[in-house]
Design a protein. Structure first.
Length: 390
């Protein structure tokens, strides 16, 4: 997170005596990434955050690979992923490589009897359906349809949903997820040409501080396994913190699209970046205003990146037969582009209501067994003109 945040109570100076009302000490923890070079926050706990009582065991959650080396375009029907009452079990990895997991989830319930921590990856949750509250040891964030929730690796969290009808598109990233560098100045502030600014980013606003001892289960994801670790004190026992490393929310509806006289390339939609992939938001916008512009994109060869588009709402201008919840995968190595008729259809259109999230990965993605269960095996032939004749 590129700007400073303070929540709760903290002492005047780092690494100095900070006393509770009874005269004993609060316990300090530096919570950071990339060694001591990345973003960090300084936390003050009621109890030492190190009190492991028991490691009850672990289980494997690595995705099962169905296609390691793929060159076919695919469409996946995301809403066919079955709802599951448990948040973690509901998460199905559909595409994966050593940098990123792309996950679909339809949780029906909250994380009632455990806390969760992903120690491998930053998590970016896109809320397609549902609302509720993300509760973390660094404060809480309310969420609803259209929100991105960025949860830095190591954040201990619970997620409460308002009801059982929830659909999430999740990106797990082995590398930190940042806002695009080209939109930030030397100090990290978002510049005037950025499609969003700090005012649009929601910081944690309420801190749950529990001074409790007992048995507290944290499910900790590490190297593709979940470890069931029991701690002796409540994981949400922070009285205050400050710094740059904390979860935040950003609504896709607050993304201000950049438009032009002629077709603007995908980078204008960029919302997040890592050194292994980018995330873009395609939002409702006015189309190009050159009198002879073609609003639909041209065919393009993302010769060295895989393109994943998750369709959220509205008609997607360049595609035929695409619905909300679908994912299209256009792999590296071959060109892709609008379906037959889409270019002609787009001429003269003045605006679009399309809403979609795109993830472009720089390494090829593998397809999982869960992906193949919801795959359309005919999609790669969908550009043939004979398939579009009525
Ligand atoms: Fe594309």
């Amino acid at each position: 997170m590129p700007f400073y945040h303070k929540l709760g109570k903290i002492p005047h100076k780092r690494h100095t005596v900070f006393k509770k009302p009874d005269g004993t000490l609060y316990y300090e923890q530096l919570f950071g990434t990339i060694g001591f070079d990345g973003m960090s926050s300084n936390l003050y706990h009621e109890h030492r955050p190190t009190q492991v009582k028991e490691v009850k065991g672990s289980y494997d959650v690595k995705p099962k690979i169905a296609a390691e080396n793929n060159i076919k375009s695919y469409r996946f029907k995301g809403f066919q992923i079955k709802p599951n009452p448990d948040y973690l079990e509901s998460r199905k990895v559909v595409l994966t490589n050593s940098d990123v997991n792309i996950v679909l989830a339809s949780p029906q319930g909250s994380t009632n009897d455990y806390f969760y921590k992903n120690s491998d990856s930053d998590e970016l949750l896109f809320i397609h359906k549902g609302s509720g509250k993300l509760r973390t040891h660094l404060g809480n964030l309310d969420f609803k349809y259209g929100d991105y929730l960025l949860i830095p690796r190591g954040t201990i969290y619970k997620i409460d949903f308002d009801d059982d009808n929830n659909r999430l598109f999740i990106v797990e990233s082995r590398r930190p997820i940042y806002t695009p560098k080209r939109y930030r100045n030397w100090f990290g502030q978002l510049l005037e040409h950025s499609p969003f600014c700090e005012r649009d980013l929601r910081q944690p606003h309420e801190l749950e501080t529990n001074d409790e001892k007992g048995d507290f289960l944290i499910k900790i994801k590490k190297q593709g396994e979940i470890f069931d670790m029991v701690y002796a004190t409540h994981p949400f026992d922070v009285v205050g913190y400050d710094g740059y490393n904390y979860p935040y929310a950003f609504s896709i509806h607050d993304f201000e699209p950049i438009t032009g006289r002629i077709h603007q390339p995908p980078p204008v939609h960029q919302t997040f970046e890592t050194d292994a992939f980018v995330v873009c938001s395609f939002c409702p916008r006015k189309y190009d205003y050159h009198p002879e512009s073609i609003p639909a994109p041209y065919s393009h060869s993302n010769i060295d990146s895989d393109e994943v588009l998750y369709y959220v709402d509205g008609d997607f201008m360049s595609r035929n037969d695409i619905e909300a919840g679908h994912i299209s995968l256009h792999p590296a190595g071959i060109p892709h582009g609008p379906h037959p008729g889409a270019v002609e259809r787009s001429i003269g259109q003045v605006e679009t209501e399309e809403l979609a999230v795109m993830v472009d990965t720089f390494k090829p993605l593998m397809l999982t067994e869960d992906a193949m269960k919801i795959a359309d095996e005919t999609y790669h032939k969908s550009w043939l003109e004979e398939n579009h004749k009525k």
